[in-house]
Design a protein around this ligand. Sequence first.
Ligand code: SF4
Length: 76
Amino acid sequence: MAMKENKLAENVDGAYYVDDDCIGCRLCEGNAPKNFKMKDDDSTAYVFKQPENEKEKHVCENALDECPVEAIGNDG
Ligand code: SF4
């Protein structure tokens, strides 16, 4: 389970975040490209924009559910 105290600094403020368990598999970027992207060095993903509508919330929830190491959190 993602821990907000381990949130990566690159995440924008808001409900969704990636924590330091991320292994950089890119799945979330593929699932929710309007909200998640990889860091320039590809080491981890981060949330660059919080979801702004129901469709984006849905894909962010899918990304959270499918992350293989449970590195995505939603504290909203
Ligand atoms: S799906 Fe999880 S492990 Fe993979 S890049 Fe996204 S946050 Fe990291």
